[in-house]
Design a protein around this ligand. Structure first.
Ligand SMILES: [Fe+2]
Length: 195
């Protein structure tokens, strides 16, 4: 729908596997000539390349492999998942420069919200807030406390706005740490950034 309304709008996406890299490596195709032809990939013939398709062939995808300023004071950054099950998945986050430091919008924080913020701090070490899912579901409480402590004490965020996959123990831990500097980033929440 977005692409239909605005076909040229840039869509910033993380680098991922076969879908964006133009296909799987040829080594995926290991042959066994004992199979009948109808069971062999590409009928046993050698394809030029192992391509995969896209559901959005006309979309203007921009694959982000390093921190990039996409508009004045708006940056996209990429980090790699550290969570079991998505270990090699790259994720994008958005950092917006405000007069009080960066507001970092995270998606699902599989790389670890603290790791995303360490990467964002390369742009500007003054961090104002972070908004989004902190991915602390099924995280032991001590680890949640460590993450909350790191955001508060080490990275010195002025506010936090967790939502989505932060988890109930996660919300509670961040509320204890940040007190009245805690914003709830629920569906439809509007957060005012310094300007
Ligand atoms: Fe998540």
């Amino acid at each position: 729908m977005l692409v239909a309304a605005n076909p040229t709008v840039p869509i910033y996406a993380p680098q991922e596997g076969a879908f964006f890299r133009g296909g799987a490596p040829k080594e995926f195709l290991v042959r066994d000539t004992s199979l009948p032809a109808h069971m062999r990939y590409f009928d046993g013939k050698d394809p030029n390349a192992l391509r995969s398709g896209t559901p959005w062939p006309l979309a203007n995808f921009q694959i982000v492999t390093r921190t990039t300023e996409i508009l004045p004071e708006f940056f996209v950054l990429t980090t790699r998942s550290d969570k079991a099950g998505t270990r090699e998945m790259n994720e994008l986050s958005l950092a917006i420069r405000t007069p009080k430091g960066l507001a970092v919008v995270v998606g699902c924080s599989h790389p670890g919200v603290e790791n995303i913020l360490v990467a964002a701090a390369q742009i500007d070490k003054q961090l104002y807030t972070t908004i989004g899912g902190f991915h602390l579901v099924q995280t032991p409480r001590e680890e949640i406390e460590r993450v909350a402590g790191m955001l508060h004490d080490t990275l010195k965020l002025q506010r936090v706005a967790p939502g989505h996959c932060t988890s109930e123990p996660g919300f509670a831990a961040f509320m204890r740490k940040f007190g009245d500097r805690f914003d709830q980033a629920g569906l439809g929440a509007i957060l005012q950034l310094p300007r």
